[in-house]
Design a protein around this ligand. Structure first.
Ligand code: ADP
Ligand code: TZD
Ligand code: MG
Length: 570
């Protein structure tokens, strides 16, 4: 019979890539099809990999990045050459900045032509272009290297501080054939891609000694702590020591926001007054005022748990670094901690409770006010009520006021449920993160979006409807970036730079693709729409009319705008 001859069976780069992904349990691809990866997407789907096709690579990349964060497996984004590659790069760079494991696999054009700049279709030296924005950037030049190339990408994405990795696959490699036996032998299943990194025991002792001397200690939890999935040990350490904690935005819910030791509602007081601060998977970057005045005291001492040794002393001297993976470090701290060794002063805890109560009361009055038109607080009060008994729901959040006020109002009670603009404060993550979270979890997602923020990924509403994902998008429509009431300083007919269309009917975008649309002008309408939308489990969009004068310039970070000593012209 024909198949009993000596002719070896043949395979090609397309099949090898699919086999390599499957061998490493990478079972979802987020991408946009086109030359030269269309058949790769088809073949992946045919072989049981879930393929989610987007309208723009940036959203595909954002979905992959957040999938990586949630699952601790690199999220895979597939892009076409040059422009598609570059569209995805914003998401890959953002993943690197945030420490999310992700691999962008991109097709690329003919090497010989690209390197001589002879003008190929979609010509770009992608591997080198990607380098400054990634943890690692590799190119596979022979089909028999696909297996090892993917293995290197997985290891680079997951080990140490996770990040974005670029893997370049020229069209010729995808199409190249090789015999099936060589191909099979070339595949690599990665073993222990994120090995534990144990902290030195002396660093653990040093950290506990510094904490033991503290009168006003504070623990800051960052998204590195959330990523580490050491939830029970982190909680045990906090509860056994009695140290108050402050979650960074994506660490909200690691311990419930209504936990009695949460100092979130007394944030600025806690930062300014703490004498010892323990950072667990949080960087002393701009989000923490670089650990410097005016937010911080010059005498505060720091303990820092991080996997990246170079993070230590990055902005301020760290008295007790504990370098290791957070799960190992926290468990070593717990094992070494002696009963009663760490005791925050009673006066400190009492002062925090009083400050908290004051701010909670102030917030309650904001939430209860019922202005017409709605402001951010009254809208969020309605959403808070609906989400109160649904802790399993993911909350995706971006915007300026829409971001800052939501972060303060909406409590999280489970870890890794809040996904937001992150370290860069980037706009455009909304629909991609929502899709990624819904795909990996099968759980509902509520995306709370500024009207400007939404626009960056708004076309993915079609993607959400096409895949029937349980995502409810709430648009805080205040008619602009920060506010909707600015005026053209030259008196002309063009709108001001920050102004968007206030009367835009965003809900019709959902209806256009078979989703449900709501227009809410009161907290009651908003609460009912959100309740109904979540009960239906279907894609929906709620266009929420917010007072155009309700926001403040740049939200809570107006201080970062450049200040000129020369008076503004008009
Ligand atoms: P946030 O924005 O919430 O403050 P950052 O992204 O600035 O958090 O900081 C997260 C930190 O956590 C990074 O410095 C990163 O190196 C670290 N990190 C990430 N994963 C781990 C882990 N598994 N173990 C230890 N540190 C980690
Ligand atoms: N582009 C990108 C990619 N990221 C950004 N952060 C910005 C531009 C600048 N920017 C912000 O920092 S917030 C924001 C922009 C454009 C939008 C704020 O308007 P919004 O929210 O409607 O989303 P509010 O509620 O009106 O403040
Ligand atoms: Mg707005």
């Amino acid at each position: 019979m024909a198949n009993e001859t000596n002719v070896p069976s043949i395979t090609n780069g397309f099949h090898l890539m699919v086999d390599a992904l499957k061998l490493n349990d990478l079972e979802t691809i987020y991408g946009v099809a086109g030359i030269p990866v269309t058949d790769l997407a088809r073949l992946a789907q045919a072989n049981g990999i879930r393929y989610i096709g987007f309208r723009h690579e940036q959203s595909a990349g954002n979905a992959a990045a957040i999938a990586g964060y949630l699952t601790r497996k690199p999220g895979i984004c597939l892009t076409v050459s040059a422009p598609g590659f570059l569209n995805g790069m914003v998401a890959l760079a953002n993943a690197t900045t945030n420490g999310f494991p992700m691999i962008q696999i991109s097709g690329s054009s003919d090497r010989a032509t690209v390197d001589l700049q002879q003008g190929d279709y979609e010509e770009l030296d992608q591997m080198n272009a990607a380098k400054p924005f990634t943890k690692a950037s590799y190119r596979v030049e022979r089909p028999e290297d696909i297996g090892i190339g993917l293995a290197r990408a997985i290891r680079a994405a997951l080990s140490g501080r996770p990040g974005g990795v670029y893997l370049d696959v020229p069209a010729s490699v995808l199409g190249a054939t090789l015999d099936a036996e060589t191909a099979t032998r070339s595949l690599v299943r990665v073993v222990d891609a994120a090995p534990r990194q144990l902290p030195a025991q002396e660093s653990v002792h040093r950290a506990l000694e510094v904490l033991a001397k503290a009168e006003r200690p504070l623990i800051i939890l960052g998204k590195g702590a959330a990523y580490a999935q050491a939830d029970a040990d982190i909680r045990a350490f906090i509860e056994e020591t009695g140290i108050p904690f402050l979650p960074m935005s994506m660490a909200k819910g690691l311990l419930p926001d209504d936990h009695p030791q949460s100092a979130a509602a007394a944030r600025s007081y806690a930062l300014a007054q703490a004498d010892v601060v323990m950072l667990i998977g949080a960087r002393l970057n701009w989000l923490l005022g670089h650990g410097k005045s005016p937010q911080w005291s010059a005498t505060t001492q720091f303990v820092q748990l991080d996997i990246a040794a170079t993070e230590i002393d990055s902005n301020r001297a760290i008295a007790a670094p504990v370098v290791g993976d957070i799960a190992s470090s926290v468990s070593a701290l717990l094992a070494t901690l002696e009963p009663g060794q760490i005791r925050p002063q009673a006066a400190w805890l009492k002062e925090l409770v009083q400050r908290k109560q004051h701010n909670i009361d102030r917030m309650a009055s904001h939430l209860a006010a019922n202005p017409d038109p709605m402001d951010f607080y009254s809208a969020l009060g309605a959403i808070k009520g609906v989400l109160a008994d649904k802790p399993e729901i993911y909350v995706v959040n971006e915007g300026a006021n829409a971001l800052d006020i939501t972060r303060n109002v909406i409590d999280m009670r489970l870890p890794r449920k809040r996904l937001d603009s992150g370290t860069w404060g980037v706009m455009g993550i909304g629909m991609g993160y929502a899709i990624g979270a819904a795909v990996v979890s099968g759980k509902p997602v509520v995306a709370i979006e500024g009207d400007s923020a939404f626009g960056f990924s708004g076309m993915e509403i079609e993607t959400i409807c096409r895949y029937h994902l349980p995502i409810v998008t709430v648009i805080f429509n205040n008619g602009g970036i920060y506010r909707g009431d600015d005026v053209n300083r030259n008196g002309g007919a063009d709108p001001a730079p920050t102004v968007l269309m206030k009367d835009a009917r965003y809900e019709m975008l959902s209806e256009a693709f078979g989703g449900v649309g709501y227009h809410a002008v009161s907290p009651q309408e908003l609460a009912k729409a959100l309740d109904d939308a979540l009960a239906s489990g279907k894609p929906a969009l709620i266009n929420c009319a917010i007072d155009p004068t309700a926001g403040t310039e740049s939200g809570h970070i107006g201080n970062l705008n450049p200040q000129s000593s020369i008076a503004q012209q008009k």
